[in-house]
Design a binder for this molecule. Structure first.
Ligand code: AMP
Ligand code: MG
Length: 269
């Protein structure tokens, strides 16, 4: 069984995050050595990216969501490490600007979807509009309630227009978050990362978990599945994400285009 199949959330299933272990490492007893699967999975990605770029017909969109300190930045660094930056863009979604708020919530998202031939990684996404927005009641329930169906329809539209979508929830435990915040407090090279919100949002842990459970349950679809990645162990999180990306790209059977020139008749003078 591939990694994707192990961690994919079956469409229509109501999940509970507490049933999903945060520090398990399915398929691995321990961290693979330096020349092991971890490196292989990123070099394979580089080859697949080259094919995606050459074919120039389809795009791959990665959506990353997590609790604070869940490892979105670290995952992006790992996944990108072997890739050609020319064919890969990362987009981080922050608190919407005034201009963004004057549009519907999917406007800024649609605008950032990768073009054919490219990888795109979303650091946060339209899911914030059913997560932070719901936890802090930034719009009335009647408004965010309708968004699950809207998001499913939007993602279906993208998929039908040649965008493959992978959605990863990096799942850490509350205890692991505490450890990571503590480590940031103590590390002079990491404490710049701490914000007021890391402390404030932690108090809403349970509300966030509920909001994620609903978003993942209602929006893991056949066309754009959610994956719950056990993320307490950083090496496993990185390995799982790059493996699922690799498996997905392989299943796309990317093909090099036929040369436009008749190679047999070429003569270089
Ligand atoms: P960071 O990713 O740490 O730079 O923080 C970005 C902040 O933007 C987080 O606190 C998010 O909750 C917030 N954010 C992202 N999207 C939205 C949104 N649609 N509505 C409100 N806040 C958002
Ligand atoms: Mg932050």
């Amino acid at each position: 069984m591939g990694m994707a199949e192990k961690l994919r959330v079956k469409p229509g299933r109501k999940i509970s995050l507490s049933d999903h272990d945060t520090d398990t490492t399915p398929g691995y007893k321990k961290k693979p050595g330096d020349d092991g699967d971890l490196d292989k999975s990123t070099s394979k990605l580089a080859d697949l990216q080259y094919r995606l770029y050459a074919e120039n017909k389809r795009a791959l969109l990665i959506v990353l969501q997590a609790m604070d300190t869940g490892g979105k930045d670290g995952t992006i660094r790992h996944v990108m490490s072997g890739l050609n930056p020319a064919g890969c863009r990362v987009k981080s979604f922050k608190v919407p600007t005034e201009e963004e708020l004057d549009h519907d919530y999917l406007w800024r998202i649609h605008n950032a979807v990768p073009p054919r031939g490219e990888f795109g990684i979303f650091n946060r996404s339209h899911y914030e509009d059913v997560i932070v927005v719901r936890v802090h009641q930034l719009v009335p329930p009647g408004v965010w309630e309708k968004r699950y169906d809207e998001i499913n329809a939007f993602e279906k539209h993208l998929v039908e227009n040649d965008v493959t979508i992978l959605k990863f929830f990096l799942h850490i435990s509350k205890a692991e978050q505490k450890k990571r915040i503590q480590a940031r407090i103590e590390d002079p090279e990491k404490c710049w990362k701490l914000t007021e919100s890391d402390f404030k949002e932690r108090r809403h842990w349970d509300d966030y978990q509920r909001a994620y459970e609903d978003a993942i349950s209602r929006c893991s679809t056949k066309w754009a599945p959610w994956y719950i990645i056990p993320a307490d162990k950083k090496w496993f999180r990185n390995l799982a994400v790059s493996r699922i990306m690799g498996e997905t790209l392989e299943a796309m059977k990317l093909k090099f285009p036929k040369p436009t020139l008749d190679i047999s008749k070429l003569k270089l003078r």
